[in-house]
Design a protein around this ligand. Structure first.
Ligand SMILES: [Zn+2]
Length: 375
Protein backbone atom coordinates (compact mmCIF):
# COMPACT_ATOMS: atom_id res chain seq x y z
CA UNK A 1 0.00 0.00 0.00
CA UNK A 2 1.33 3.45 -0.92
CA UNK A 3 0.35 6.43 1.30
CA UNK A 4 -2.16 8.84 -0.27
CA UNK A 5 -2.35 7.03 -3.52
CA UNK A 6 -3.91 4.13 -5.30
CA UNK A 7 -2.75 0.54 -4.83
CA UNK A 8 0.29 0.14 -7.10
CA UNK A 9 -0.04 -2.40 -9.86
CA UNK A 10 1.89 -5.58 -9.30
CA UNK A 11 3.25 -7.83 -11.95
CA UNK A 12 1.74 -11.06 -10.65
CA UNK A 13 4.06 -13.45 -12.41
CA UNK A 14 7.16 -11.55 -11.24
CA UNK A 15 5.85 -11.44 -7.69
CA UNK A 16 5.24 -15.16 -7.51
CA UNK A 17 8.16 -16.49 -9.56
CA UNK A 18 11.00 -14.25 -8.50
CA UNK A 19 13.06 -15.84 -5.78
CA UNK A 20 15.45 -13.89 -3.58
CA UNK A 21 18.83 -13.66 -5.30
CA UNK A 22 21.51 -15.48 -3.31
CA UNK A 23 24.23 -13.03 -2.41
CA UNK A 24 27.67 -13.12 -0.87
CA UNK A 25 29.22 -10.75 1.66
CA UNK A 26 31.69 -8.24 0.31
CA UNK A 27 34.20 -9.01 3.02
CA UNK A 28 35.22 -12.52 4.10
CA UNK A 29 34.09 -13.90 7.44
CA UNK A 30 36.47 -14.20 10.36
CA UNK A 31 39.31 -16.68 9.98
CA UNK A 32 38.11 -18.52 13.09
CA UNK A 33 34.76 -19.47 11.54
CA UNK A 34 35.13 -23.22 11.16
CA UNK A 35 34.48 -24.52 7.69
CA UNK A 36 32.21 -27.48 7.02
CA UNK A 37 33.69 -30.46 5.26
CA UNK A 38 32.74 -30.53 1.60
CA UNK A 39 34.91 -33.54 0.74
CA UNK A 40 32.02 -35.48 -0.66
CA UNK A 41 32.12 -37.11 -4.11
CA UNK A 42 28.34 -36.73 -4.33
CA UNK A 43 28.64 -32.93 -4.50
CA UNK A 44 28.65 -31.35 -7.95
CA UNK A 45 31.17 -28.64 -7.00
CA UNK A 46 34.64 -29.29 -5.64
CA UNK A 47 35.38 -28.92 -1.92
CA UNK A 48 37.97 -26.20 -2.66
CA UNK A 49 35.40 -24.03 -4.45
CA UNK A 50 32.76 -24.53 -1.74
CA UNK A 51 35.20 -23.84 1.10
CA UNK A 52 36.38 -20.65 -0.60
CA UNK A 53 32.83 -19.48 -1.21
CA UNK A 54 31.74 -20.33 2.32
CA UNK A 55 34.04 -17.59 3.66
CA UNK A 56 31.83 -15.04 1.91
CA UNK A 57 28.43 -16.35 3.00
CA UNK A 58 26.15 -13.82 4.73
CA UNK A 59 26.09 -14.41 8.53
CA UNK A 60 22.50 -15.73 8.53
CA UNK A 61 23.40 -18.36 5.92
CA UNK A 62 26.62 -19.27 7.66
CA UNK A 63 24.59 -20.41 10.65
CA UNK A 64 22.61 -22.88 8.56
CA UNK A 65 23.45 -26.57 8.29
CA UNK A 66 25.79 -27.97 5.69
CA UNK A 67 23.03 -29.15 3.35
CA UNK A 68 21.37 -25.72 3.26
CA UNK A 69 24.68 -23.98 2.74
CA UNK A 70 25.55 -26.30 -0.17
CA UNK A 71 22.20 -25.50 -1.77
CA UNK A 72 22.75 -21.75 -1.34
CA UNK A 73 26.26 -21.87 -2.80
CA UNK A 74 25.19 -24.18 -5.63
CA UNK A 75 22.48 -21.65 -6.61
CA UNK A 76 25.18 -18.98 -6.90
CA UNK A 77 27.62 -21.18 -8.81
CA UNK A 78 24.95 -22.33 -11.25
CA UNK A 79 24.75 -18.79 -12.62
CA UNK A 80 28.35 -19.01 -13.75
CA UNK A 81 28.20 -22.44 -15.30
CA UNK A 82 26.30 -23.22 -18.51
CA UNK A 83 23.21 -25.47 -18.26
CA UNK A 84 25.03 -28.04 -20.44
CA UNK A 85 27.95 -28.18 -18.02
CA UNK A 86 25.52 -28.40 -15.10
CA UNK A 87 23.75 -31.31 -16.79
CA UNK A 88 27.04 -33.04 -17.44
CA UNK A 89 28.05 -32.58 -13.80
CA UNK A 90 24.67 -33.91 -12.65
CA UNK A 91 24.97 -36.97 -14.90
CA UNK A 92 28.51 -37.59 -13.65
CA UNK A 93 27.27 -37.32 -10.07
CA UNK A 94 24.52 -39.89 -10.70
CA UNK A 95 26.96 -42.19 -12.50
CA UNK A 96 29.36 -42.09 -9.53
CA UNK A 97 26.57 -42.58 -7.01
CA UNK A 98 25.41 -45.69 -8.88
CA UNK A 99 28.89 -47.16 -8.80
CA UNK A 100 29.63 -46.30 -5.18
CA UNK A 101 26.32 -47.75 -4.02
CA UNK A 102 26.95 -51.17 -5.55
CA UNK A 103 30.72 -51.60 -5.98
CA UNK A 104 32.37 -53.34 -3.04
CA UNK A 105 36.01 -52.16 -2.85
CA UNK A 106 38.69 -54.76 -2.26
CA UNK A 107 40.48 -52.48 0.25
CA UNK A 108 37.74 -50.38 1.80
CA UNK A 109 39.86 -49.10 4.71
CA UNK A 110 42.42 -47.93 2.22
CA UNK A 111 40.07 -45.29 0.81
CA UNK A 112 40.64 -43.09 3.86
CA UNK A 113 43.92 -41.54 2.97
CA UNK A 114 46.55 -42.27 5.60
CA UNK A 115 49.78 -40.53 4.55
CA UNK A 116 51.92 -42.69 6.86
CA UNK A 117 50.66 -45.86 5.19
CA UNK A 118 50.81 -44.51 1.67
CA UNK A 119 53.87 -42.30 1.50
CA UNK A 120 57.59 -42.78 2.11
CA UNK A 121 58.98 -41.27 5.36
CA UNK A 122 61.60 -39.32 3.36
CA UNK A 123 58.87 -37.73 1.25
CA UNK A 124 56.70 -36.91 4.29
CA UNK A 125 59.69 -35.32 6.00
CA UNK A 126 60.47 -33.13 2.96
CA UNK A 127 56.85 -31.95 2.75
CA UNK A 128 56.59 -31.19 6.46
CA UNK A 129 59.78 -29.07 6.35
CA UNK A 130 58.31 -27.46 3.22
CA UNK A 131 61.33 -25.59 1.87
CA UNK A 132 63.07 -25.65 -1.49
CA UNK A 133 66.11 -27.17 0.25
CA UNK A 134 64.06 -30.01 1.79
CA UNK A 135 62.46 -30.77 -1.60
CA UNK A 136 65.88 -30.62 -3.23
CA UNK A 137 66.99 -33.57 -1.08
CA UNK A 138 64.36 -35.92 -2.57
CA UNK A 139 63.79 -34.48 -6.04
CA UNK A 140 65.91 -34.33 -9.14
CA UNK A 141 65.31 -32.31 -12.27
CA UNK A 142 66.73 -34.19 -15.27
CA UNK A 143 65.36 -31.59 -17.67
CA UNK A 144 63.97 -28.06 -17.05
CA UNK A 145 60.52 -28.29 -15.38
CA UNK A 146 60.51 -32.10 -15.27
CA UNK A 147 60.86 -33.31 -11.67
CA UNK A 148 61.34 -36.91 -10.60
CA UNK A 149 61.14 -38.42 -7.12
CA UNK A 150 60.00 -41.37 -5.02
CA UNK A 151 56.93 -40.73 -2.90
CA UNK A 152 54.81 -43.90 -2.42
CA UNK A 153 55.27 -47.01 -0.31
CA UNK A 154 55.58 -50.18 -2.47
CA UNK A 155 52.38 -51.50 -0.87
CA UNK A 156 50.49 -48.57 -2.41
CA UNK A 157 51.33 -49.68 -5.96
CA UNK A 158 50.27 -53.27 -5.39
CA UNK A 159 46.98 -52.29 -3.79
CA UNK A 160 46.18 -49.70 -6.44
CA UNK A 161 46.71 -52.21 -9.25
CA UNK A 162 44.53 -54.82 -7.48
CA UNK A 163 41.80 -52.28 -6.69
CA UNK A 164 41.70 -51.02 -10.29
CA UNK A 165 41.54 -54.60 -11.60
CA UNK A 166 38.78 -55.45 -9.11
CA UNK A 167 36.76 -52.48 -10.32
CA UNK A 168 37.30 -53.36 -13.98
CA UNK A 169 36.26 -56.99 -13.37
CA UNK A 170 33.20 -55.82 -11.42
CA UNK A 171 32.12 -53.64 -14.35
CA UNK A 172 32.64 -56.53 -16.77
CA UNK A 173 30.65 -59.00 -14.65
CA UNK A 174 27.79 -56.53 -14.21
CA UNK A 175 27.99 -55.55 -17.86
CA UNK A 176 28.24 -51.98 -16.60
CA UNK A 177 29.66 -49.50 -19.13
CA UNK A 178 32.32 -47.47 -17.35
CA UNK A 179 34.00 -44.37 -18.68
CA UNK A 180 37.62 -44.68 -19.77
CA UNK A 181 40.38 -42.14 -19.08
CA UNK A 182 40.52 -41.12 -22.75
CA UNK A 183 39.08 -41.98 -26.17
CA UNK A 184 41.72 -44.54 -27.04
CA UNK A 185 41.68 -46.42 -23.75
CA UNK A 186 39.98 -49.80 -23.41
CA UNK A 187 41.59 -50.95 -20.17
CA UNK A 188 42.05 -47.80 -18.10
CA UNK A 189 39.79 -46.83 -15.23
CA UNK A 190 39.03 -43.41 -13.75
CA UNK A 191 40.00 -43.60 -10.09
CA UNK A 192 37.57 -40.87 -9.05
CA UNK A 193 34.64 -42.92 -10.33
CA UNK A 194 34.80 -45.64 -7.69
CA UNK A 195 35.39 -43.56 -4.60
CA UNK A 196 39.05 -42.52 -4.67
CA UNK A 197 38.25 -38.87 -5.28
CA UNK A 198 38.77 -37.74 -1.68
CA UNK A 199 42.08 -39.55 -1.47
CA UNK A 200 43.33 -38.01 -4.72
CA UNK A 201 42.17 -34.57 -3.68
CA UNK A 202 44.11 -34.79 -0.42
CA UNK A 203 47.12 -36.09 -2.27
CA UNK A 204 46.96 -33.12 -4.63
CA UNK A 205 46.32 -30.45 -2.03
CA UNK A 206 48.56 -31.58 0.81
CA UNK A 207 51.45 -33.23 -1.01
CA UNK A 208 51.65 -32.20 -4.66
CA UNK A 209 50.66 -28.57 -4.33
CA UNK A 210 53.54 -27.67 -1.92
CA UNK A 211 56.01 -28.91 -4.56
CA UNK A 212 54.25 -27.09 -7.39
CA UNK A 213 54.18 -23.86 -5.39
CA UNK A 214 57.97 -23.92 -5.33
CA UNK A 215 58.77 -25.35 -8.75
CA UNK A 216 56.08 -23.95 -11.08
CA UNK A 217 56.05 -20.16 -10.71
CA UNK A 218 53.29 -19.62 -13.28
CA UNK A 219 50.73 -20.98 -10.78
CA UNK A 220 51.43 -17.86 -8.66
CA UNK A 221 51.03 -20.02 -5.53
CA UNK A 222 47.34 -20.62 -6.26
CA UNK A 223 45.84 -23.86 -5.00
CA UNK A 224 44.48 -26.35 -7.54
CA UNK A 225 40.72 -26.62 -7.41
CA UNK A 226 39.99 -29.82 -9.29
CA UNK A 227 41.67 -33.02 -10.34
CA UNK A 228 41.25 -36.08 -12.54
CA UNK A 229 42.94 -39.32 -11.61
CA UNK A 230 43.19 -42.51 -13.61
CA UNK A 231 44.98 -45.82 -13.88
CA UNK A 232 45.96 -47.38 -17.19
CA UNK A 233 47.87 -50.37 -18.46
CA UNK A 234 49.77 -50.44 -21.73
CA UNK A 235 51.40 -53.22 -23.70
CA UNK A 236 50.51 -56.63 -25.08
CA UNK A 237 46.81 -57.31 -24.66
CA UNK A 238 46.39 -53.89 -23.08
CA UNK A 239 46.14 -50.31 -24.36
CA UNK A 240 48.38 -48.94 -27.11
CA UNK A 241 50.95 -46.33 -26.15
CA UNK A 242 49.77 -42.76 -26.59
CA UNK A 243 51.28 -40.62 -29.31
CA UNK A 244 52.51 -37.08 -28.68
CA UNK A 245 49.94 -35.15 -26.64
CA UNK A 246 49.39 -32.59 -23.94
CA UNK A 247 47.28 -33.14 -20.82
CA UNK A 248 44.14 -31.32 -19.75
CA UNK A 249 45.91 -30.20 -16.60
CA UNK A 250 48.10 -27.43 -15.28
CA UNK A 251 50.40 -29.98 -13.65
CA UNK A 252 50.49 -33.75 -14.15
CA UNK A 253 51.75 -36.33 -11.69
CA UNK A 254 52.68 -39.53 -13.52
CA UNK A 255 53.58 -42.51 -11.33
CA UNK A 256 54.98 -45.72 -12.79
CA UNK A 257 53.41 -48.55 -10.77
CA UNK A 258 54.87 -51.50 -12.62
CA UNK A 259 56.88 -52.04 -15.76
CA UNK A 260 58.17 -54.99 -17.74
CA UNK A 261 59.55 -53.80 -21.01
CA UNK A 262 62.61 -52.82 -22.90
CA UNK A 263 62.81 -49.26 -24.15
CA UNK A 264 59.53 -47.39 -23.84
CA UNK A 265 61.01 -44.09 -22.78
CA UNK A 266 58.87 -41.02 -22.23
CA UNK A 267 59.73 -38.41 -24.82
CA UNK A 268 59.18 -34.76 -23.88
CA UNK A 269 58.96 -32.23 -26.70
CA UNK A 270 58.57 -28.65 -25.50
CA UNK A 271 56.07 -26.63 -23.45
CA UNK A 272 53.60 -24.44 -25.32
CA UNK A 273 51.20 -21.60 -24.54
CA UNK A 274 47.64 -21.80 -25.81
CA UNK A 275 48.32 -19.94 -29.05
CA UNK A 276 51.36 -22.07 -29.94
CA UNK A 277 49.96 -25.53 -29.22
CA UNK A 278 50.46 -26.63 -32.81
CA UNK A 279 54.01 -25.40 -33.36
CA UNK A 280 56.68 -28.09 -33.82
CA UNK A 281 59.17 -28.95 -31.13
CA UNK A 282 62.75 -27.73 -31.54
CA UNK A 283 65.69 -30.14 -31.45
CA UNK A 284 66.94 -28.68 -28.16
CA UNK A 285 63.52 -29.29 -26.57
CA UNK A 286 63.56 -33.03 -27.18
CA UNK A 287 64.25 -35.02 -24.05
CA UNK A 288 64.04 -38.81 -23.44
CA UNK A 289 63.46 -40.16 -19.97
CA UNK A 290 63.33 -43.76 -18.72
CA UNK A 291 60.56 -43.96 -16.15
CA UNK A 292 61.40 -46.58 -13.54
CA UNK A 293 58.82 -48.44 -11.41
CA UNK A 294 57.97 -46.62 -8.21
CA UNK A 295 59.03 -43.27 -9.55
CA UNK A 296 56.83 -40.19 -9.84
CA UNK A 297 57.28 -37.54 -12.53
CA UNK A 298 55.84 -34.07 -12.14
CA UNK A 299 55.54 -31.93 -15.27
CA UNK A 300 53.39 -29.26 -16.85
CA UNK A 301 50.27 -30.51 -18.61
CA UNK A 302 51.29 -28.40 -21.61
CA UNK A 303 54.67 -30.08 -21.80
CA UNK A 304 54.16 -32.30 -24.83
CA UNK A 305 55.04 -35.93 -24.28
CA UNK A 306 54.65 -39.42 -25.71
CA UNK A 307 55.77 -42.94 -24.90
CA UNK A 308 58.23 -44.57 -27.26
CA UNK A 309 57.47 -47.90 -28.91
CA UNK A 310 58.90 -50.91 -27.10
CA UNK A 311 60.10 -54.39 -27.93
CA UNK A 312 58.02 -57.38 -26.75
CA UNK A 313 57.25 -58.63 -24.14
CA UNK A 314 55.93 -55.41 -22.70
CA UNK A 315 53.69 -54.14 -19.97
CA UNK A 316 53.47 -50.99 -17.91
CA UNK A 317 50.92 -49.66 -15.44
CA UNK A 318 50.71 -45.99 -14.49
CA UNK A 319 48.69 -43.80 -12.22
CA UNK A 320 48.12 -40.31 -13.55
CA UNK A 321 46.80 -37.36 -11.61
CA UNK A 322 45.83 -34.20 -13.47
CA UNK A 323 45.95 -31.16 -11.15
CA UNK A 324 43.83 -28.27 -12.42
CA UNK A 325 43.37 -24.62 -11.55
CA UNK A 326 40.37 -22.70 -12.88
CA UNK A 327 42.03 -19.45 -11.82
CA UNK A 328 45.05 -20.24 -13.99
CA UNK A 329 42.73 -20.81 -16.96
CA UNK A 330 40.86 -17.54 -16.28
CA UNK A 331 44.16 -15.65 -16.07
CA UNK A 332 45.34 -17.15 -19.33
CA UNK A 333 42.12 -16.13 -21.06
CA UNK A 334 42.37 -12.50 -20.03
CA UNK A 335 46.04 -11.83 -19.54
CA UNK A 336 48.10 -11.67 -22.69
CA UNK A 337 51.52 -13.35 -22.43
CA UNK A 338 50.48 -15.06 -19.18
CA UNK A 339 52.32 -18.28 -20.07
CA UNK A 340 54.82 -16.85 -22.57
CA UNK A 341 57.93 -17.13 -20.39
CA UNK A 342 57.58 -20.94 -20.27
CA UNK A 343 56.45 -21.47 -23.87
CA UNK A 344 59.41 -22.56 -26.05
CA UNK A 345 57.95 -20.83 -29.11
CA UNK A 346 57.28 -17.51 -27.29
CA UNK A 347 60.78 -17.56 -25.79
CA UNK A 348 62.30 -18.11 -29.24
CA UNK A 349 60.21 -15.32 -30.79
CA UNK A 350 61.13 -12.90 -28.00
CA UNK A 351 64.83 -13.69 -28.43
CA UNK A 352 64.52 -13.18 -32.20
CA UNK A 353 62.86 -9.77 -31.71
CA UNK A 354 65.51 -8.75 -29.17
CA UNK A 355 68.34 -9.76 -31.50
CA UNK A 356 66.70 -7.87 -34.38
CA UNK A 357 66.40 -4.81 -32.16
CA UNK A 358 70.06 -5.08 -31.10
CA UNK A 359 71.19 -5.54 -34.73
CA UNK A 360 69.23 -2.43 -35.73
CA UNK A 361 70.78 -0.47 -32.84
CA UNK A 362 74.25 -1.68 -33.79
CA UNK A 363 73.79 -0.64 -37.43
CA UNK A 364 72.51 2.74 -36.31
CA UNK A 365 75.55 3.26 -34.04
CA UNK A 366 77.88 2.31 -36.91
CA UNK A 367 76.11 4.80 -39.22
CA UNK A 368 76.44 7.56 -36.62
CA UNK A 369 80.11 6.73 -36.09
CA UNK A 370 80.83 6.63 -39.85
CA UNK A 371 79.07 9.99 -40.28
CA UNK A 372 81.20 11.54 -37.53
CA UNK A 373 84.42 10.16 -39.07
CA UNK A 374 83.66 11.47 -42.55
CA UNK A 375 82.92 15.00 -41.35
ZN1 LIG B 1 53.74 -19.23 -26.86
Amino acid sequence: MVDGGAEPSVNQSAATEEMPIPRLSLVPNNEDVSSDSYDDPKLVYSSVVLRSLEKYLPPEILEMNRKEKVKYMSDILRKYISPEDCNKAEMRKNYMENIISSYEPRYRGWYNFDPKLFLLPSFLEAISVNTEASFGRIISQPYPSVFVFQMFQPDFFEKLIVEAETFRNWAQEKNYRIRRPNNTSNYGVVLDDFGLSIMLNKLMQDFIFPLCKVFFHELRGTMFDSHYGFFDEYGDGRDAELGSHIDDSEITLNVCLKKQLVGGEIVFGGTRCIKHLRTKYKAEELFHYTHIPGQAILHRGRHRHSAEATTAPRYRANMILYCRSSLFREMETYQKDFFSDVCGQCVQETRFKESQFLDARREEMIRIEDGANTR
